[in-house]
Design a protein around this ligand. Structure first.
Ligand code: ARG
Length: 414
């Protein structure tokens, strides 16, 4: 008798859930209580998907029975700790996608793990499906930050396979059911852009319908006049817009608006997921694409030839690691250190022109530029010693001469 009473009052284990306030994760708040017998702590992180505060999300979690809920504004930390590194590495997966979803997960996980520690939770849960990259990133980041935490991904295990089944379960368990029709796309957005997938996009021959875009205007409807602007960088970090110094967070928000207004930042690609699926992905990334393009341009002024060529490989490796969920990993940390060391002299200004969906770089300057006017010019101020070239090329082609005599260019002439 006594034993039974004790069992009933024993404290439940806790789970910290990454909560968005949407249908899936709302069902999860209840599901984790009823199916897993856990106390739920719901955490909502604002990484720029919303300009307003997300207090309503916190309240909704409490209404669904969470024992604790918090809405965290992570935007500044996202810009300072994550996006600064992404810019330094010119982070672009498959040379095209600026990694917006891959970059936000490690930060969200950092907070989930912190909160799990604070509350003595044994479990962390997320709402990712079993087919995407985001589940990989949540799970790997949690594993890297605390290998003892147990990850729960309800969507991977529950049997609510259709939206109808999910809505039915929700209605039965007192979870508010959305009255609006399901959105035809899967969307993830934050400061670094917006990802759109599923629906009609699943046919790669389909042009994205006009109504999917929210950050960029249709380039044909963009202003008829081009707009020039300048971004200042200090040690690889964007610090000013048109001469006005501002925190990176504000600069990104302003750039999204400025570039989006001119229809710049749309991406449509066939992407290779970590889990072995090719998918048709559409993005709008006005600020991220612009800043990476301008940053890389300034690097071309400030790096020597070896560094330019070598860092391109490093940037690609960095991007693939981050895409693959290896933000917290040995190699990624080492590549960050390499990038940071190269950024020391990436200081200066880059000027660009926006016009009907395009961004063209039209000027750059740096006090540390390795570009040297007197060496480059064909005019009067030329200081380059042409007489040294003949000797240089003679030695440079010496081996070619020997090769030509012994073997000849052979099939290359056919
Ligand atoms: N394909 C992109 C990535 O893996 C975007 C994923 C966006 N997530 C989403 N639920 N729509 O980084």
């Amino acid at each position: 008798m006594t034993t039974q009473t004790n069992a009933q009052t024993a404290p439940k284990e806790k789970v910290v859930l990454a909560y968005s306030g949407g249908l899936d994760t709302s069902v999860m708040v209840k599901w984790l209580q009823t199916e897993k017998n856990l106390d739920v702590i719901a955490i909502c992180g604002n990484v720029g998907q919303d300009a307003e505060d997300l207090e309503w999300v916190k309240q909704k979690a409490y209404d669904l029975g969470a024992i604790y809920a918090e809405s965290l504004d992570m935007r500044e930390e996202y810009a300072e700790e994550i996006l600064t590194k992404a810019i330094a590495a010119n982070g672009m997966y498959e040379d095209t996608y600026p990694l917006l979803s891959a970059l936000s997960r490690p930060l969200i996980v950092k907070h989930l793990v912190d909160i799990a520690h604070k509350h003595g939770a044994k479990y962390v849960a997320h709402g990712c499906t079993g087919k995407g990259n985001d589940q990989v990133r949540f799970d790997t980041s949690i594993a890297a930050l605390d290998p003892n935490l147990i990850v729960l991904a309800p969507v991977r295990e529950w049997d609510l396979l259709t939206r109808e089944q999910e809505m039915e379960w929700a209605a039965e368990h007192g979870v508010p059911v959305p009255t609006t029709a399901a959105k035809p796309y899967s969307i993830d957005d934050n400061l670094w852009g917006r990802a759109i997938e599923c629906g009609v996009l699943e046919d790669p021959m389909n042009e994205p319908p006009a109504d999917i875009w929210t950050m960029t205007v249709d380039p044909t409807e963009a202003p008829d006049e081009p707009e020039y602007f300048t971004v200042g960088f200090e040690a690889g970090k964007p610090v000013s817009l048109n001469g006005e110094q501002m925190p990176l967070l504000d600069l990104i928000i302003k750039m999204n608006e400025l570039c989006g207004k001119h229809g710049f930042g749309r991406i449509d690609l066939i992407e290779d997921r970590v889990v072995g699926i090719k998918s048709h992905e559409v993005y709008e990334c006005p600020a991220s694409l612009a800043l990476i393009k301008m940053h890389h341009d300034l690097e071309t002024m400030c790096f020597d030839r070896n560094t330019i060529i070598y860092k391109h490989d490093v940037d690609q490796k960095w991007s693939t690691l981050v895409y693959d969920g290896m933000w917290y990993s040995q190699l990624k940390e080492a590549l960050d250190a390499f990038c940071a060391s190269t950024q020391k002299f990436v200081t200066g200004e880059v000027r660009a022109k926006l016009y009907k969906g395009s961004l063209t770089i039209v000027g750059r300057q740096s006090p540390y530029a390795i570009y040297d006017y007197n060496l480059a010019t064909y005019g009067d101020e030329d200081t380059f010693d042409r007489s040294a070239s003949a000797g240089f090329i003679k030695l440079y082609s010496l081996e070619l001469q020997t090769w030509s005599r012994k073997q000849g260019p052979g099939s290359q002439l056919k």
